[in-house]
Design a protein around this ligand. Structure first.
Ligand code: URA
Length: 491
C-alpha cells in the first residue's frame, strides 16, 4: 500500500461520473492506495478539513496489472448512479478484492457483492420508472416556438444515463426535463445537462394534462383492475407528478359499476343452441357408408365434436375401436378417467372386469367392436381426482349421432348394451334395465340386442357374495353372445 501520509483526493466531475471514477480508481489501484485513504469528491467541493493535507495521486507501482470480470464495468456503471454516498468506496473496494478473487461477483452472500447488486437493482428500477412516467407540458419557447417541459423526481443520479432514451424518443421536439438533481435540455440538435431545478420551475396544468387524462381514462380497463399490481408498476410516490393520477381514485371507485356495464353491453354472441345446431348440420353432411364415407373420416370429424358441453372439459373424444367387420358391438356408457387420457374405450378398471369376464365366457374381445353411448368423459373434480358423473338425456341424445354412424359402418349382427345409458342411447328406453334384461330384443335395423349390466356395477357392489352372484349373471349374459354369434368364441 502507498506510504502517502494524508488522504488522497479523487475528484469526480458529477455525481454519476463513471469515467472519472474508472480512471482514478485504476490509477489509485495501480499505485497500491488503500480504500480508506481515498477521499472521493464531487465537482469543486472543498476538500474540507483535509484539504491541506491531501496529497496528489501517487505514481503507479511497477508490476501491478488490473483485471476485472466482464460484468463488473456494467455493475459499476449502475452503482455510480446510486445516491448512497459510499458508492465510490464500495466499487473501489470491489475492484481491489477482484484482483485476488476473480470469481467474487458470483459470491452473492458477500456483503460488498450483495450491496452492489441491490444498488444496481434499485437504479435499474428508477431508470425504468423515469422512462415510463415523465410527462411533458407544452410551453412557449424563448423564440415563440413550441417547447415541452417535464418535472420528474428520480431517486438516484440517473439523469445522464437515461438522457439518450429521451433524445432518441423525442428527437424532433425541443424539451427540458427538470429534476432536483440535474436537468436535461434538448434543442433538437444538442443535449445540455445542467443543474438541478425546483418544482416551481416547471409549468403547471395545461392542455397536455387534459390530453393525458383523457388518454389514461380511455385506456383504463375497469374489468382488469388490479390495484396492487398497479401500485407496484406505478408507485404512489410518482402520482403527484402525473396528470392522470388525479383520475386514479375516481376510476377505481367506478370500476365495479363500469365492469358490470361492460358485461351488460357485450355484443350478442350466438347462443350455445345455435352453435350446436350448426355443428349438427355440419356432422349430418358427413357421408355415411352408403354415400361413400369412411369410418376414419367419421372418427376424425368426431374429434371436433361440440354437440354438447362435455367437450369443454374432457381431454379428447374417445371413438369406438375394433374390426369394422365385427359381428358384435358392445356399447358402454362413456369413457372413464383412464380412457379419456388414452383415447381408447374400456381400458381402465371397468375395462379390466369386462376383459376378464369376456375371457371366462369364452369370448374374444379382439373380434368385437367396442364403443360408448357418449364419447366424452363427464366428471366432477374432487381434490386431485376426477369423479365420473352420469351423462344426462341431452348429452346422450347429442351423441346418438356418432353411435348411429358407427352402427352404419360396422353393421353388427348383435349389439350388447352394457348398462342403462347404452340401452337408452340404442332404444330410447328410460325405464329400468332389469325389465329388459334376458329378453330377446331386436333393434330397428334388424340387429339382435342384449341388455346387461355395466361392468362398473360389479365393481361398486359392496359385498363379496353379491359381487360373485352378479358376476355370474353377467357371465351368463355374455355366454348368450357366444351362443348367438359363434364367431365370437375364442379359438
Ligand atoms: N366405462 C364405460 O362405459 N366405457 C369405458 O370406456 C370405460 C368405462
Amino acid at each position: 500500500m502507498t506510504d502517502a501520509s494524508g488522504p488522497v483526493l479523487a475528484r469526480l466531475a458529477h455525481p454519476a461520473d463513471f469515467e472519472g471514477w474508472r480512471q482514478q480508481a485504476r490509477a489509485l489501484a495501480l499505485a497500491g492506495v488503500a480504500p480508506a485513504q481515498i477521499d472521493w469528491r464531487i465537482g469543486d467541493a472543498d476538500a474540507g478539513l483535509f484539504a491541506d493535507a491531501a496529497v496528489p495521486l501517487p505514481e503507479p507501482k511497477p508490476g501491478i496489472e488490473l483485471t476485472v470480470p466482464r460484468d463488473f464495468p456494467e455493475l459499476a456503471r449502475l452503482v455510480v448512479c446510486h445516491r448512497d454516498a459510499g458508492r465510490f468506496d464500495l466499487l473501489y473496494r470491489l475492484l481491489l478484492r477482484l484482483q485476488s478473487q476473480p470469481a467474487l461477483l458470483r459470491v452473492l452472500t458477500d456483503d460488498d457483492v450483495h450491496k452492489a447488486n441491490a444498488m444496481a437493482k434499485s437504479v435499474r428500477r428508477d431508470l425504468h420508472k423515469m422512462t415510463a412516467f415523465v410527462r411533458f407540458r407544452q410551453v412557449e419557447g424563448p423564440d415563440g416556438a413550441e417547447a415541452f417541459v417535464a418535472w420528474f423526481e428520480p431517486e438516484h443520479h440517473i439523469v445522464e444515463r437515461v438522457s439518450r432514451f429521451f433524445v432518441e424518443r423525442f428527437a424532433s421536439m425541443r424539451w427540458s426535463i427538470l429534476t432536483p438533481l440535474r436537468s436535461l435540455h434538448w434543442d433538437g440538435a444538442t443535449l445540455h445537462i445542467g443543474e438541478g431545478a425546483s418544482r416551481a420551475d416547471a409549468p403547471d396544468d395545461d392542455a397536455m394534462e387534459a390530453y393525458w387524462r383523457t388518454y389514461y381514462a380511455n385506456i383504463f380497463n375497469p374489468a382488469r383492475l388490479k390495484i396492487k399490481a398497479m401500485k407496484a408498476e406505478m408507485p404512489e410516490k410518482y402520482w403527484r407528478n402525473l396528470p392522470e393520477a388525479q383520475l386514479i381514485a375516481p376510476l377505481i371507485a367506478a370500476a365495479g359499476r363500469r365492469a358490470e356495464a361492460m358485461v351488460a353491453n357485450q355484443p350478442t354472441l350466438p347462443s350455445e343452441r345455435h352453435l350446436r345446431q350448426a355443428q349438427r348440420q355440419r356432422d349430418e353432411a358427413l357421408p355415411g357408408p352408403e354415400a361413400g364415407g369412411s369410418w376414419q373420416e367419421a372418427k376424425a370429424a368426431a374429434r371436433d365434436c361440440a354437440r354438447c358441453g362435455l367437450c369443454q372439459h374432457a381431454t379428447q373424444t374417445v371413438f369406438g375401436e375394433g374390426p369394422l367387420s365385427a359381428p358384435v358391438m358392445f356399447v358402454g356408457e362413456q369413457p372413464g378417467d383412464q380412457e379419456d387420457l388414452a383415447g381408447k374405450p374400456f381400458i381402465g378398471p371397468a375395462g379390466q372386469v369386462f376383459d376378464r369376464v369376456m375371457g371366462e365366457a369364452g369370448l374374444d374381445r379382439s373380434r368385437a367392436y367396442v364403443t360408448n353411448a357418449v364419447k366424452h368423459f363427464k366428471f366432477t373434480v374432487k381434490g386431485k381426482r376426477r369423479i365420473h358423473e352420469r351423462p344426462n338425456a341431452g348429452e346422450i341424445s347429442a351423441c346418438r349421432f356418432w353411435l348411429g354412424l358407427e352402427r352404419d359402418f360396422v353393421r353388427p349382427k348383435l349389439v350388447v348394451a352394457l348398462g342403462a345409458t347404452a340401452l337408452n342411447a340404442l332404444t330410447g328406453h328410460t325405464g329400468s334395465l332389469a325389465s329388459m334384461r334376458e329378453r330377446d330384443l331386436v333393434l330397428e335395423d334388424g340387429a339382435a340386442l342384449i341388455a346387461t349390466v355395466h361392468p362398473s356395477y360389479l365393481l361398486r357392489l359392496p359385498d363379496e357374495a353379491a359381487r360373485e352372484r352378479e358376476t355370474a349373471r353377467f357371465r351368463a349374459d355374455l355366454g348368450r353372445v357366444g351362443l348367438l354369434v359363434p364367431e365370437m368364441v375364442a379359438a
